[in-house]
Design a protein around this ligand. Structure first.
Ligand code: C2E
Ligand code: MG
Ligand code: MG
Ligand code: MG
Length: 278
């Protein structure tokens, strides 16, 4: 009996700590969103067959004054839970478009795109397409330079409404990418209906590509599918040269991963662009 009670009070202690922790982090996040310099996009290059930049993916980071640099895993779920995902995403989108436009103007890289991840709560907002349009006008970034990344689960929440919102954005010239492809519940007929321009092969496939012949077959089929539907393809999470080579041989034309570059702060991307284009 006694043991049982201790067990429960230990459990209560942990729960209590987690609640306090969550409460603190929520207060911090609210403050961070007002501070405007803590939630920032980092950028990971996307490259072509020759390893040349074709664009960047913006990935949210939180420069926390005490806890240091935080990755999305430690704050995105909290932001969703506390209804802070829309203001957070608005900041990422605005900062990303601003930076990308300044790089385009300085280095005349008209052909490079920037990809921004979109959450379910954003796509569900009726005014999302207007907000994107406003951000593009405000920052000067052409719609053709922007790619929005959605996952199957983001769309599946309400397929009809998602398709409609995506259609409005595509009519403006914004493109869509289906992120983490192969991990959701995609059916082939549904892929055909989606207004998308690009597939991102999930990194779990890239991970096991060299060791597992069935993964290799699946990747082959994804590449055939993309070709048939005239979609661009990016393979995510490439960490080794051999993975790049294997994907290259299978006909993949776009790549992203630590092998080429980890996500970097804007200052580093700026320097890399300076080195490549100035
Ligand atoms: P994602 O969109 O699939 O982004 C790719 C994730 O894989 C990033 O993690 C990236 O740093 C990581 N990655 C890239 N190359 C490699 C590699 O070679 N090996 C390994 N192991 N990992 C690699 P990150 O930045 O921690 O982001 C995680 C997820 O958080 C993203 O997955 C995306 O779903 C979400 N996320 C990030 N930023 C935003 C944002 O601004 N808005 C929304 N809604 N979601 C975001
Ligand atoms: Mg993504
Ligand atoms: Mg992904
Ligand atoms: Mg993901």
């Amino acid at each position: 009996k006694k043991k049982g009670k201790n067990h429960f009070s230990l459990f209560d202690d942990i729960m209590q700590k987690e609640l306090v922790e969550e409460h603190e982090l929520t207060a911090d996040l609210n403050r961070a969103l007002l501070a405007e310099n803590e939630i920032v996009p980092w950028f990971q290059p996307k490259v072509d067959r020759n390893g040349r930049f074709i664009g960047f993916e913006a990935l949210a980071r939180w420069q926390h004054p005490e806890r240091g640099l935080l990755n999305p895993i430690s704050f995105i779920e909290l932001a969703e839970k506390k209804n802070l995902m829309v203001p957070l995403s608005d900041q990422i989108l605005l900062k990303t478009c601003r930076l990308m436009n300044s790089w385009r103007e300085q280095f005349s890289i008209d052909n490079l795109t920037v990809s921004v991840n979109i959450s379910q709560s954003q796509l569900a907002m009726g005014n999302f397409p207007d907000k994107v349009a406003k951000t593009l006008v405000e920052t000067g970034l052409p719609a053709s330079a922007l790619i929005l990344e959605v996952t199957e689960s983001v769309i599946a929440e309400n397929i009809a409404a998602s398709i409609q919102q995506m259609g409005r954005l595509r009519a403006m010239g914004v493109r869509f990418s289906l992120d983490d492809f192969g991990t959701g519940y995609s059916s082939l007929s549904y892929i055909r209906q989606l207004p998308i321009d690009e597939l991102k092969i999930d990194r779990s496939f890239v991970n096991t590509l060299l060791s597992d012949s069935e993964t290799r077959s699946i990747v082959k089929i994804i590449l055939l599918l993309a070709d048939a539907l005239k979609l661009d393809v990016i393979a995510e999470g490439i960490e080794q040269e051999e993975q790049w080579q294997a994907l290259h041989e299978l006909g993949c034309s776009g790549f992203q991963g630590y092998f080429f570059s980890r996500p970097q702060p804007p200052e580093i991307i700026f320097k890399q662009l300076q080195a490549s284009y100035e």
